[in-house]
Design a protein around this ligand. Structure first.
Ligand code: PRX
Length: 631
């Protein structure tokens, strides 16, 4: 990188205090070391964790792109997240501080979290859950979601967490694909002062999923739900049984054994089951959290995502526990009951590092500075952003109003598939609002054109990663070919991320957005094809096309273009009904912003809907190359 003077554009340099505190003062030196010896770099990181048996090879690349990290090693991520801390002072340290939307507080020491995880692991075993079995977890943001994930991993089973904001169709599809035997849920969750019906949704979904034998329900909202004898059990009753003892051996796993499936949207209607494995994933999330957010023993870390997304998996659950850190979790909405809720939590619980999404920042920014200014935010030392490009205006507000100009913002670019941060600063790196700066240690990114040639600096192209990294997905559940086709085929030997991006003269990367049919609504990753299938399931709709259009707060919002079946007339009421239909089937986060009834859809001669053309038309932009358009 160029020296301090020659960086172009708006640059924020770290203060001497920030550099003084930073674990890495000389970024270039570490980057050079990792570049010179990728395996050596990662071996050193891995050596900071415990293994039942050491690896034979750091990186086995004999079957690309199915890279095997720490081949031959034996471990279990839970051993490093919980077991090993029981031998140190961390046994008595807080692992989790949880606050409910109504203000209840629960705290867990590392000892207590381990005890409850052991108890629930024994329950899962009693329910017949064995190594390799899948367990679906569909829960609100409460400590039991963390316990359920860790207990599943502890017994060697594979968790598949489905975000609690999804509804019946999305849940059913994910349970079915994973062939889960057990579903762990709650009676409901609290969000914005209302009850979210989780168990009811599970009942509907499970009715159509023959693999499910057992449903375990945590009591959270205490409202009335149906319990089916022989299938449904209360969590609190099971945890009282003698079989739920506080001791349970952690299953010994191969480093490449699956830890979890996380479904994510792609180009087709069927979400992909991304698989992450115990060994490499563990090293990748541990090391990125350590270097990027520089977590120290005295920190109070708050990743405000939901455990149901990869951000929560890596940086609410696994990363902080691997580091022996104290992690904070808040159940409810950021504006409940008032728009100062988050800031009051930062003050009251002394949060030192806050990691959230641009959509949340923009959402809170709308209410003005007086809400955060009522609180003492001086405990904060670092901020973070993830999930979508952060617009410089929101970056500056976050930096000035929340960070008081003192706290560097770590804008981390990564994906469900990458498992860990890929393009990100560390605290001592000069920042440019809107850029995630440069690739993490050991990684090289490129911007290529369609043919695979590098595009000149400053021009837009496809973002590609050149080197393997430890937390990379190991496969797609039941569909390994799809992994090869989707990520490793366009540019042989390189990982195609699916994002458009630019690189500037200083080597800083600027993410523009997805190049496929994936849209980002409030940071949530949604597939247009999945929404289209929900639309055509409505009796009035014959055909539908979905696009994402820019939205001031959400980043993108869902716009649907629908052809009506004969006998149906367009009306406002029908549009509302269609919106409700999608929200009911897919979940409230998938509620369309706009439903437009049209006479025809732009298609290629082979019948493929040209969403790109719809998008251009909606924004009054040039339609680009329309030579294949049928009309
Ligand atoms: O488009 C990029 C965007 O989110 C996509 C990955 O979504 P998901 O798998 O849900 O994971 C989100 C959390 C890691 C990427 O392809 N994205 C993620 N982080 C950023 C981002 N875009 C710009 N800047 C980021 N920091």
């Amino acid at each position: 990188m160029s020296d301090k003077q020659s960086l172009e554009g708006e640059v924020f340099y770290p203060s001497p205090e920030v550099i003084e505190q930073a674990r890495i003062k000389d970024w270039e030196a570490v980057a050079r070391r990792a570049e010179a010896d990728l395996e050596g770099f990662w071996a050193q990181e891995a050596a900071e964790l415990e293994w039942y048996q050491r690896w034979e090879k750091v990186l086995d690349d004999s079957n690309k792109p199915f890279f095997r990290w720490f081949a031959g090693a034996k471990t279990n991520i839970v051993h490093n997240a919980l077991d090993r801390h029981q031998k140190t002072y961390r046994k008595n340290k807080l692992s989790l501080v949880w606050v409910g939307e109504k203000g209840e507080v629960r705290t867990y020491s590392y000892f207590a979290l381990n005890r409850d995880v052991c108890k629930f692991a024994n329950v899962l075993k009693a329910m017949g859950v064995k190594k390799g079995d899948r367990v679906t977890i569909y829960m609100p943001r409460i400590p039991e979601i963390v316990i359920a994930m860790l207990a599943t991993a502890k017994v060697g089973a594979v968790h598949s967490v489905v975000y609690g904001g999804f509804s019946v169709d999305a849940l059913q599809g994910r349970i079915e694909d994973s062939e889960s035997k057990v579903v762990v849920t709650a009676d409901g969750g609290f969000m914005n002062g209302k009850v979210v019906e989780l168990k009811k949704t599970v009942d509907e979904a499970v009715r159509r999923c023959p693999t499910v034998e057992t449903v375990i329900t945590v009591q959270r909202t205490h409202h009335e739900i149906r319990m089916e004898p022989g299938r449904d059990y209360w969590y609190h009753e099971l945890m009282k049984l003698p079989l739920a003892s506080g001791h349970c051996a952690t299953e010994v796993m191969d480093a490449s054994d699956p830890l979890y499936i996380l479904y994510t949207s792609g180009t087709t209607g069927q979400p992909k089951g991304i698989i992450h494995a115990h060994g490499g994933y563990m090293v990748g999330v541990y090391s990125t959290l350590k270097y990027v957010f520089d977590l120290k023993d005295e920190d109070r870390w708050w990743c405000a995502a939901d455990p149901g997304w990869v951000t929560g998996h890596s940086y609410i659950v696994y990363g902080p526990l691997l580091m022996g850190a104290t992690t904070f979790m808040y159940e409810g909405a950021p504006t409940y009951p008032y728009p100062n809720r988050w800031w009051s939590l930062v003050e009251k619980y002394g949060i030192t590092v806050l990691y959230t999404a641009p959509t949340a920042i923009r959402g809170l920014m709308r209410f003005g500075e007086s809400w955060p200014n009522r609180h003492d935010l001086s405990s904060l030392r670092l901020l973070g952003s993830v999930g979508e490009p952060i617009n410089p205006e929101a970056w500056r507000w976050y930096h000035r109003v929340i960070g008081k100009g003192r706290c560097p913002i770590m804008d981390t670019w990564w994906q469900t598939e990458t498992g860990m941060f890929m393009i990100t600063p560390t605290p001592s790196v000069p920042l440019k609002p809107g850029s995630g700066t440069r690739p993490f240690f050991g990684q090289k990114a490129e911007i290529l054109d369609d043919q695979g040639n590098p595009v000149p600096d400053g021009e837009e192209g496809y973002l590609v990663l050149r080197n393997p990294w430890p937390a990379m997905m190991t496969t797609i559940f039941k569909d390994p070919d799809r992994m090869v086709k989707q990520y490793w085929s366009k540019y042989p030997g390189k990982y195609q991320a699916g994002d458009a991006a630019k690189r500037d003269k200083d080597g800083y990367f600027w993410i523009i957005g997805r190049t496929d049919d994936v849209i980002k609504v409030s940071g949530y990753r949604l597939g247009t094809a999945e929404i289209e299938s929900a639309l055509v399931a409505h009796p009035a709709i014959a055909e539908a096309a979905v696009i994402g259009l820019p939205h001031e707060v959400k980043g993108q919002s869902i716009h649907c273009y629908c052809l009506l079946r004969q006998g149906f007339k367009p009306s406002e009421d029908l549009a509302d009904e269609v919106k409700n239909h999608v929200a009911q089937h897919m979940g409230p986060i998938v509620r369309p912003e706009k439903v437009v009834f049209v006479e025809s859809l732009p298609k290629t001669r082979s019948g493929k809907i040209m969403r790109r053309v719809l998008k251009a038309r909606a924004q009054g932009l040039p339609e680009g190359d329309v030579s294949t358009l049928e009309e």
